[in-house]
Design a binder for this molecule. Sequence first.
Ligand code: PLP
Length: 391
Amino acid sequence: MTTLPPSLTAGFASSGEIHAAAHGAWIEIDLEAVAANWRAISRKVAPAATAAAVKADAYGLGMQRVGDALWQAGCRHFFVAHLSEGAALRQTLPYALIHLLHGPPKGFEAEVLDYGLIPVLNNPAQLQAWIGLAQHLDRGPLPAVLHLDTGMTRLGISEADYLALLHDKSRLRHLDLRFVMSHLACADERGHSMNRAQLTQFGKLRAKLPDVEASFANSAGLFLGRPYHFDLVRPGIALYGGAPFPDEPNPMRPAISIKARILQTHTIKAPRTIGYGASYGIKQGRIATLPIGYADGWPRSLSNLGKAMIGPYECPYAGRVSMDLMTIDVSAVPDELLGPEAVVTLMGGPISLEQVAAWAGTNSYEIISRLGPRLARLYTGPYANSNDRQP
Ligand SMILES: *Cc1c(COP(=O)(O)O)cnc(C)c1O
């Protein structure tokens, strides 16, 4: 690795990061920003506790590194979707409270327990399986979170099934209920009537288990005000710098940038077209080719719509984003900024995550959670090397 020419490592602090430069396209993840976002939310919602949703590899940022940084910042509750994610996070965080949003997979209840994961029980079948395991083991109640459906109609126990459970103390006594939870359908639309309606319904249902703590809000939900906080908030996107409300100024600190080096430039002196479908025409100017494409999760729908930055210069996407490559119009960029060390910013600085999502016709979550493994992850901030420390 150390034999790579210095130009490839320019701008990268340590030898472990040479890999990132060699990839030609990478994600820079500011772990201090992630931790700062967690601390800001913790202060905002205190005395409620602040968890972290780290499912889907911490929305593409890398669950291990993000989990480790958040643990050091003081986070103790983590939410993953799958058993495999919980098992992986357990390797990094031996003492964390790791909650399994999808619940125990049928037939793998014992594994959930073995990894010390706390399952979210979403439906009568999961409830029965978890209670069944408790009865079988006969060593006291098993930890669980009870998910109540208050209007999302995706996961969660219906009001009728909840009431039935409450009436059957012989089943309930097998559960060490850590929380009752629910999830908002329209939290990112401040004025949506669903927010109040779900809050009212959740308040009514959780009051039937007054001794059990409650968790209701995701990132946007916790910005709807105190009544939404209960005992534990569960932000994801806001920790990673995403705007809780895509149409409002972003109170969070951006944590992710996406950058690439130029693979080739073309000086155009007579009219030509660029790329697949010949969808972009240019009479004269300059085109730069970047080593990132939709196989890296960089959306094809950005074709001819997105913009990149080279220094202060805006460079429109020119032609289609293809599998491994994309092309930008760099006609406005001076020569000295187009050398082999030039760094093109695809996201970050003036190009916000929300802006990229809007160009691509999707939301911020989809943009970052689909960033592929071929993009190197370059971690910055004081938490960056904590995994390399000796135990
Ligand atoms: C993903 C998820 C969250 C986090 O949502 P954000 O909008 O990213 O804050 C919280 N709760 C549940 C149930 C989730 O699935």
